[in-house]
Design a protein around this ligand. Structure first.
Ligand code: AP5
Ligand code: MG
Length: 281
């Protein structure tokens, strides 16, 4: 699975990335974390980035593109990755497209976590309190003043990526005002709908036996999941619905087909697999 998490500071990118790492064994690529490590180690990149990060501005594109390019060459990338905080500008997104193309890697989805700006300061303050309680060093950019600059950078330089990925039919928007658990559920639903992960079976079905569960055509489930993912998020409204549909149709390799229709077309493939399995038995 190859995924991008997009969202303003404090939206929950790191929180959700961690959950996906635990669930799917993916690698989290957080440019913020990498840069903070470079600052702590006083590497040449760290020395360049330190003051920029402390001010709430973005580190130059060529530096972060270089970091990501090197990281994508590592062997642990083969099981998939979550990009958390990269790309953050249109040139970074274009560079990523180029890198992935060269490596024949396809992006599954870009998930935007949409959060009311008024909630972000609270979240960052909570994080500060939590880090203090754990005896960890607090982030130098987690102050109200720097947060407002980070938000300004997000609005002017990162928000255009919503349009960028929406045009490329990769974008799905999740209402990031929901609880952490609900956001995770919604992300998983989208990932299933775009075919990045196996759709999860309903609990009642589980009880009826695993063998029977696997023998059912998955296409129907995908259709259901796709339909659910296309449901508008409570606060995000229509754009979420459209985005989810687009994500589904993109994942099925179609231009404008509806999620359900696309998912139904997957059914014969699933049925074929089942028949083969049965023949073996
Ligand atoms: P980075 O480290 O990426 O910071 P950020 O984007 O500002 O985002 P945060 O890490 O603050 O927030 P998050 O979305 O991860 O939220 P979290 O899950 O922690 O970047 C830092 C700096 O590095 C940049 O300013 C820039 O200078 C530089 N940089 C990095 N990447 C770059 C790039 N590509 N190009 C150029 N420069 C770059 O959650 C926050 C808090 O909210 C937590 O306490 C959490 O528990 C809580 N929370 C999470 N979800 C919920 C929820 N649903 N409900 C309630 N609370 C929640
Ligand atoms: Mg983060």
């Amino acid at each position: 699975m190859r995924l991008i998490l997009l969202g303003p500071p404090g939206a929950g990118k790191g929180t959700q990335a961690q959950r996906l790492v635990q669930k799917y064994g993916l690698v989290q690529l957080s440019t913020g974390e990498m840069l903070r490590a470079a600052v702590a180690a006083q590497t040449p990149v760290g020395l360049q980035a330190k003051d920029i990060m402390a001010s709430g501005a973005l580190v130059p594109d060529e530096i972060v593109i270089g970091i990501i390019s090197d990281r994508l060459d590592q062997p642990d990338m083969k099981n998939g990755f979550i990009l958390d905080g990269f790309p953050r500008t249109v040139p970074q997104a274009a560079a990523l497209d180029e890198l992935l193309k060269r490596k024949h890697i396809r992006l599954d989805a870009v998930i935007e976590l949409r959060v009311n700006e008024s909630a972000l300061l609270d979240r960052v303050e909570t994080r500060v309190a939590e880090m203090r309680a754990r005896g960890e060093e607090v982030r130098i950019d987690d102050t109200p003043e720097v947060l407002s600059k980070r938000l300004a950078s997000y609005r002017s330089l990162t928000e255009p990526l919503i349009h960028y990925y929406s045009e490329r039919r990769k974008l799905a928007t999740v209402d990031g005002m929901m609880t952490i658990e609900q956001v995770t559920r919604e992300i998983n639903r989208i990932l299933a709908a775009v075919g990045a992960v196996e759709p999860k079976a309903a609990p009642a079905r589980k009880a009826r036996g695993a063998a029977r569960k696997t023998a059912r055509p998955t296409g129907k489930k995908v259709a259901k999941t796709a339909k659910k993912a296309a449901k508008p998020a409570p606060r995000a409204g229509k754009p979420a619905s459209r985005a989810a549909k687009k994500a589904v149709s993109a994942a099925r390799g179609r231009g404008t087909g509806k999620a359900k229709k696309a998912a139904n077309k997957a059914a014969p493939r699933a049925a074929k697999k089942v028949t083969k399995k049965r023949a073996k038995r």
